[in-house]
Design a protein around this ligand. Sequence first.
Ligand SMILES: *Cc1c(COP(=O)(O)O)cnc(C)c1O
Length: 657
Amino acid sequence: PGRHLYLRVWRAQVGRVSLFLLDSNDPQNSPWDRAITASLYAPGQELRLIQEIILGVGGWLALKKMGIKPIVCHMNEGHAAFVVLARAYSFMHEEGGCSFLEALWATRAGNVFTTHTPVEAGFDRFDRDLLKKYAKHYTEAQGLSPNDLVVMGLKTEKDDISPFNIALLALSGSCFVNGVSRLHAQVSKRIFQSRYPRWPENEVPIDYVTNGVHIPTWDSPAAQRLWSLSSPTECGPDCIDYEAGKIARQSDQDIWNFRALARKDLIDYARRRHARQMQEHGASSEEIEAARHVLDPNTLTIGFARRATAYKRTNLLLRDEEKLVSILTNHDKPVQLLMAAKAHPADIAGKEMVKQMANFADRLDIMDRVIFLEDYDIDLAQHLQAGVDLWINTPLRPNEACGTSGMKVLANGGLNLSTLDGWWDEAYDPRVGWLLGDEGDEIESPAGFGPERDDSDARNLYRLLEEEVIPLFYQRDDQGVPSSWVAKIKASMTELTPRYSANRMMKEYVEKVYQPAADAYRKRTKEGAKLAKELVGWQKRINQCWRGVHFGHLKVTRDEEDWWHFQVEVYLGDVYPDDIQVELYADSLPQSSRGEETRPARILMDQKGLLAGSVNGFVYYADVPANRHAEDYTPRIVPYHPDAFVPQEDSHILWMR
Ligand SMILES: *Cc1c(COP(=O)(O)O)cnc(C)c1O
């Protein structure tokens, strides 16, 4: 607030991409300011706010200084949302004759916001006074009041109690918004619904691009060889075609040999790491020597590693330890378990879970079957995900926005068993893996934590392992190959690997988001932001005159051929007919009421002409097949401009009833 801060810029070259990092640790800054960028999760609201100002405003200024002029700004989570303001501010000054509001409309078309959490508490919030303290100089320079800024972080303008929510600034400052899986988009629509009052939840403008993993980072050298054999032309690891889908043509034996080698590599790695761990804990030399011989390279190997936190239910597998021990130590069909976890330092429940896992692994009766590997990090994950036969995930639906750890086993021929959450909700199919719990169409409330739920999921997990997973793994043909298991591996590798890869994700971002955003940005900003200015005028008219819009009579008739004819009178007051659209809307119907599920319907009504004897009154009509009740449909009026995003940029709506 009124002092200077110097930021240093570091550049890391990641392949062809430059990654710039901001750093306040410069001798020209005060000691307190030098520490601003010292830690990721800064304690306290004020430091967090300063970090986010640095990221959004400082980040934008740094790019500008380096002569980089982005057309699309992608905010990955809300933390960088102040870029919306910095960008509009620059635009206003560079394109003379443009107000801040016009600059905001011009640049918003090039802003993209990806939300990453299905938990509302996951968004950063700031006290209004704190925000005003830091925004004062900034808003004054733009002829705004600090309240104009506060409103951008609220769900509605009339809200005068909520703190400023940074995710809402990102939302109101972007024309393109997405979640990171199909289910997460549904949950996000619910979270942000109240920002679009009276709009149906399914029309909340949040799309999705499901995350994917960078396969070359996660597949083992052995997997790369297998994939390159299966590529159209044999080639090195740089030109593997993960989409060619030829894995299925490899013989079952080849696949099974590949899996055996992968498992053996993991066991070797786990033994080494385990022995080192024991050494660090001061174990005797005999104990360390014994640690070099634990695990067995021919036993079904399960991986269970994650960030330990309540919703992931990191200890679900350990809910009934005796039961788990009996599964692991089955004489004919043994199972071994590799576990790893890390908790956030402030997450006490998470730390307890890690402790429980470590203690379980210390039990003497399962010493050769279960290992807890410390320091869960990318290196450990790469080995685990390359070698395990089965990867288990237990998040409580719908709390996992996407989840990526399960994707990392795909290219390596590991199989997934998970609750229907995040990416698994769209990827699961009985041919490729296992489902824990029920299908659950409804998005259960995130408050649905509970011991009963955990008990029943744990029982299901043990049952699934005992009755389906383990028998399938040990069911061998004459050659010793578990052909049904290998069939699952083939289906999972060919169908899921390309779908959950970063390549697919990037392509989708380019096609669904970046290209349209770049086009819209160019259109709005050209010729002195002519279109942006027009849009500001359009929205002003709607805002000022909306109250005068109302409906007259509705007439519905049914014809011989079973069509409904809807005819409705509309009075527009001072709103231009071109500024709105009249629609018929019908909600979706649940599956149960009429056999099959009915999707929501949105039908554009045509203008028939002026309503006799009225001023700016019109008749609109639409014909619809009578396969739904006429009462299902409600006429409504929504703002319209061919280049505006509705309801994203204007959320007015008028329902007839
Ligand atoms: C992939 C990965 C994660 C994230 O896994 P999720 O399933 O997305 O929670 C966490 N830690 C490490 C070390 C990983 O490799």
